[in-house]
Design a protein around this ligand. Structure first.
Ligand code: ASP
Length: 438
């Protein structure tokens, strides 16, 4: 059995966490490949090393001296080494990184050194091989991840090592320069490694015990989700974003490898399993989770006999495409349709979008309404349980909340409701408590 384990920045922020991490890894011989992030925050006001490195890069560009500030970066690493009591001289590496930054090595290079240096230390501490991501993760000329080349070269390299640490977050371009994934991208590296070695499990260790059924800032002590499918997680993307990088799902999903979100500070917790399919569901709760977000707008279009007009929706969508607006939802009636878009993206384009739609479709009316929150109630159990929608809407009605939009995916996996932004938190809470009885 092969497990690939990824540890986030908060799990590797200081020596104490390094010890916890080592204990977790060494407790299970199946944990062969470790993907490490850069040191994260040790306390709320602390600065992540990645952010410090971005700052160094900016300082060099502004022709400011980084001498003093870079000392703080160095100290993050030398403190960890000293506290762990390992015999490892990292000063040459630290000097090299500083010089490279002073000689215009690029923004991504600077940022990537956070994971590079941390992984060197972790490999040393564990007695594992160190494999530089630069030699196993590749991007194409256009900046896209090169899955084929990576898969092949990574497989060849990993075969040579029984146990290894690989830095997360970056890889190399065809010309050898360093490129990073977007922020939080070590999750993506972990997923790529898991897929390359055909792992049985990808454990993603962070500082929470998996996904909760609702946002804990809204619902006090929500129940944890034991098992969730990839599709449900996508539907609940409003919720997962801060725990797992969105792009981390695809490599393992294609390879059929489950992800287990675990808590480094509470290794005894099972965390959440993300799986391809699950026939079983929690009969007690029916729903897997409820999540949402504020900041949406509706574009409402009305026209008599809209349903009989060939190409009507296409013309509307063409306008949105011309204005580079992505569509979140598309609820429609016989002679009405609404398009739900992000208010941020629409800002400043309202008049143009309205006049283009008016010109292209000659509607009876077209209006924009903003201030909408979208809530997704998701659960693979919903298709089998009757009366779920009734329960959702009754709970909202009982809380005195006006529902402004309803959309149900044909998969019966989710029900989407639009409410006023002012009602957002109460709506989440009402739905959660309808399905989870205290
Ligand atoms: N260190 C990087 C960041 O802060 C990548 C990661 O932690 O996954 O975004």
């Amino acid at each position: 059995m092969i497990k690939v384990v990824k540890f986030g920045g908060s799990s590797l922020a200081d020596a104490e966490h390094f010890r916890q991490v080592a204990q977790i890894i060494l407790a299970d011989k199946d944990r062969h490949y470790v993907v490490a992030s850069a040191p994260g925050k040790r306390y709320p006001a602390d600065v992540k090393v990645t952010d410090m490195l971005y700052r160094c890069y900016e300082m060099v560009r502004a022709h400011e001296s980084i001498d003093t500030y870079y000392e703080q970066v160095k100290k993050r690493y030398t403190d960890i080494i000293a506290d762990l009591g390992i015999d490892f001289d990292i000063s040459g590496e630290l000097e090299y990184v500083k010089n490279a930054m002073l000689h215009a090595s690029g923004r991504d290079f600077a940022a990537s050194r956070g994971e590079y240096l941390n992984s060197l230390i972790l490999a040393k501490f564990l007695g594992f091989s160190f494999i530089d991501a630069e030699n196993v993760i590749y991007f194409k000329e256009n900046g896209q991840f090169d899955a084929e080349k990576t898969q092949q070269l990574m497989q060849e390299e990993l075969k040579k090592h029984e146990y290894a640490v690989i830095p997360g977050f970056y890889g190399s371009m065809p010309n050898g320069t360093i490129k990073t994934f977007s922020r939080g991208g070590s999750d993506v590296t972990g997923s790529i490694v898991a897929s390359a070695v055909g792992a049985d499990l990808y454990e993603n260790w962070t500082d929470v015990s998996g996904f909760m059924m609702a946002d804990p800032r809204i619902v006090k002590d929500p129940c944890a989700i034991d098992t969730i499918t990839y599709r449900e997680l996508r539907e609940l993307s409003y919720m997962g974003a801060s725990v797992l990088h969105e792009e981390a799902i695809f490599p393992v999903r294609t390879a059929g490898i489950p992800i287990n979100i675990r808590n480094t500070n509470r290794p005894e917790d099972r965390g959440t399993m993300i799986v391809a399919t699950a026939s079983s569901y929690d009969k007690e709760h029916i729903i897997t989770g409820v999540a949402g977000r504020r900041g949406f707008s509706y574009i409402n279009i009305e026209k008599d006999m809209m349903n009989a007009e060939v190409g009507f929706i296409r013309r509307v969508l063409d306008v949105l495409e011309d204005h580079e607006l992505t569509i979140e939802h598309l609820p429609s009636g016989i002679d009405t349709m609404s398009v739900v878009v992000h208010s941020d993206a629409l800002e400043g384009k309202e008049e143009k979008v309205l006049s283009s739609i008016a010109r292209r479709t000659r509607p009876d009316s077209v209006t924009i309404e903003s201030g909408v929150a979208i809530i997704a109630v998701v659960g693979r159990g919903m298709a089998k349980a009757k009366g779920t929608a009734a329960r959702i809407f009754t709970s909202l009605a009982d809380a005195g909340i006006n529902v402004r939009m309803i959309d149900q995916g044909s998969s019966e996996l989710n029900v989407i409701v639009g409410v006023d932004e002012a009602d957002y938190e109460r709506a989440i809470s009402a739905i959660y408590h309808e399905f989870v009885k205290a």
